[in-house]
Design a protein around this ligand. Structure first.
Ligand code: PLP
Length: 656
């Protein structure tokens, strides 16, 4: 219960922070404070003061909402269909929090927090990992304990017909018990340890890769972000976003068909088409949507289409193939021989799509793009290549692995017959190395126009905000011209892999920028992640089933160009300590068991890993130098890797 506060004190307290009260006459204030509802419960939604404040003063309404949410009747989750009136009031007030001062000066927020926080902390949702809510180490252990299945029993209610929820009835509505159903589905997730907890981690633009948890004073270093190059906080991206936001406002205003198509969207698509050496590109709200929509549209439209899909493909591709209802053939991961067997079993005239990725994000393996293009040409298929985890980071202009494979040729502007040119469809994201949000496809004019014309997930949804489009375009254009960030990222990746391998931490070998560490157990992987967060102040998300197979659970590290040497050294030491503290298997232990996921494999089963970026490419001073070397006008540097001055300066600033 809230402590009783007399109305005049309450008004005085809030008038310091409430612009509405401050400008209200003394007579009105007196009259508000003597109203019966106010007198009985200090401030409560429903009285005259709350009503006025709620409609006229966003700050006051936020304060009232926080108080309302702290009331016990509201804080406890209510059974379905029997929501008390107070919950509805809280929802109304909650909306006031959302539309209130989230975007107004920090000083006002702090004033509000001071006025209300002590009395009414709002509990975090159950899916938020307690390890990220408190700087207290014990938070790490609380996540599973916090799970209490919904056990609200109703009396005299008929038993659910399906029987699964007999012991856990939550609804008075006759017939199917929806809430019990949700509860039992969630229980399955808790039982098999695949329930997803989210950490409350807030990456700080001015301190990247440093973030704070739920507590602003609790800073952690992020080692698992997919903002791979830090473009999400890069001045170039931010400036484009700020300027466009001020010019064109927040939202796009509609679908591309209705007021949501402007110069920023068109310019972004032109930039993307040129990045990928294709005639056209099309932007979606995410690459998840781009993949689902493109594969489902093509698979359902192409007559008798068969889609050949790598077994490790991302959920978005799997979903797109499912939606298309086309015949699906799954080939073994990166296994060109298996793919060829499957292609050869199909008639030449049958339309076929080979769907695969360049960098597989959980293992860091890289698709055999050139070989798959060869097969596609031989067997009359088209290629669909997801470059989500490669754009921005590979190739002389950041177009991805397909571009990287002809590095010199593409440094000079590309040419027909290159791998990038031979891939039919490229999909990518704006939300990872480009630091913003959105996804896209690039390909022939007719292909893009067909998807634009038929894909419901493109047509019937609001387009991305103009400012997002402008930010993405600025990030792409910047990375097109600068090699330094991707070289520095590679240098940091190589350093982390080398240092971890030296102390026997099981790095899953791969030729890309992903550093996966094999743990092999879901609970241990989560415990390791929580321990890193709470004890070592490092954020590394654990990756569990269904994202990876059971037994392949891991930690996934993604060093960025902005991680300093000191931050990387701290990371290695912390992992060493966590491996000891939890008794996790090191490489030798995996080897003793015959190896797993490429770790500790016996001699004959070891695969050579050749880095995508060669030492010579890493030694290029900049794009100009790359062009000159490619044209034979300059010699490659012999002195090993040289950081660009921009990256050196940024790294020094972070270290300081
Ligand atoms: C391989 C792959 N494709 C597509 C996506 C979806 O991209 P987006 O985050 O833009 O929806 C992801 C997301 O992580 C991914 O890993």
């Amino acid at each position: 219960m809230l402590p009783a506060v007399d109305p005049c004190t309450a008004l005085k307290r809030f008038s310091g922070v409430c612009p509405f009260l401050r400008s209200t006459s003394a007579t009105s204030l007196r009259s508000f404070s003597t109203q019966p509802a106010l007198a009985s419960t200090s401030v409560r939604p429903g009285n005259r003061l709350a009503e006025l404040a709620g409609t006229q003063c966003p700050l006051m309404s936020a304060a009232l909402a926080r108080r309302a949410l702290a009331a016990p009747a509201i804080a406890a989750p209510a059974p379905n269909h029997s929501r008390p009136k107070s919950t509805l009031a809280a929802r109304k007030s909650d909306a006031a929090v959302a539309r209130g001062y989230a975007s107004i000066a920090e000083v006002h927020q702090d004033a509000l927090r001071k006025a209300t926080a002590a009395a009414s902390p709002k509990p975090a949702p159950a899916f938020v990992n307690p390890a990220s809510l408190s700087s207290d180490k014990s938070g790490a252990l609380a996540a599973d304990e916090a799970h209490a299945p919904n056990e609200v029993h109703s009396e005299g209610r008929p038993t659910c017909a399906l029987g699964f929820a007999k012991h856990r009835i939550t609804s008075f509505r006759p017939g199917f018990d929806y809430e019990a159903f949700y509860g039992s589905e969630l229980d399955k997730k808790h039982q098999d340890k695949s329930y997803r907890y989210f950490n409350n981690v807030n990456r700080l633009a001015a301190k990247y890769p440093v973030a704070h948890t739920a507590n602003k004073a609790d800073e952690v270093t992020v080692h698992c972000s997919n903002d791979y190059l830090g473009m999400g906080r890069h001045p170039v991206t931010l400036q484009a976003i700020h300027e466009t936001l001020d010019t064109y406002g927040a939202g796009a205003g509609g679908t591309r068909n209705i007021a949501g198509n402007g110069a920023m969207h068109l310019a972004l698509e032109a930039e993307l088409a040129s990045l990928h050496y294709k005639p056209a590109a099309l932007v979606f709200s995410s690459c998840y949507v781009a993949n689902v929509e493109t594969l489902s549209t093509l698979g359902s439209k192409l007559p008798g289409c068969v889609i050949l899909s790598d077994e490790m493909n991302h959920a978005s591709m799997i979903q797109g193939i499912r939606h298309s209802r086309a015949q699906k053939m799954i080939f073994k991961h990166n296994d060109v021989a298996d793919l060829e067997r499957k292609l050869a079993s199909l008639p030449l005239e049958t339309p076929k799509i080979i769907a695969f990725e360049s960098v597989y994000s959980m293992s860091g393996t890289v698709g055999p793009i050139k070989e798959i293009c060869d097969l596609a040409e031989k067997y009359g298929a088209i290629t669909f290549l997801d470059e989500v985890h490669a754009v921005g980071m590979y190739g002389p202009t950041g177009a991805g692995v397909a571009e990287h494979l002809d590095f010199d040729l593409n440094a000079r502007g590309g040419a027909a017959g290159s791998v990038a040119d031979r891939v039919d469809i490229i999909t990518g994201t704006l939300g990872k190395a480009y630091g913003v949000v959105g996804g896209y496809i690039a390909g022939s004019e007719r292909f893009v126009d067909m998807v634009r014309s038929y894909a419901p997930g493109f047509i019937f949804t609001t387009s991305i905000p103009p400012s997002t489009a402008a930010g993405a375009r600025a990030a792409i254009a910047y990375q097109k011209e600068h090699l330094g960030d991707r070289q520095m990222q590679q240098r940091n990746v190589a350093r982390v892999k080398r240092d971890l391998e030296a102390i026997g931490i099981p790095v899953i070998p791969n030729p890309s920028h992903i550093v996966p560490l094999l743990v092999g157990n879901a609970e241990l992987a989560k415990q390791a992640s929580d321990l890193l967060l709470t004890k070592h102040k490092l954020y590394i998300q654990s990756i569990n089933f269904p994202t990876v197979s059971r037994g392949d659970e891991r930690l996934r590290i993604t060093p960025s160009p902005l991680h300093s040497d000191a931050q990387l050294a701290t990371l290695v030491a912390a992992l060493d300590s966590v491996w000891d503290e939890l008794g996790l298997k090191r490489t030798a232990a995996w080897a003793a068991e015959g190896g797993r996921c490429g770790v500790g494999m016996p001699e004959g089963e070891r695969k050579d890993v050749v880095n995508l970026w060669t030492d010579e490419q890493l030694a290029l001073r900049d794009l100009e130098h790359a062009r000159d070397v490619a044209a034979g006008k300059a010699a490659p540097d012999q002195a090993g890797w040289v950081a660009s001055p921009v990256v050196e300066a940024a790294t020094a600033a972070v270290a300081a």
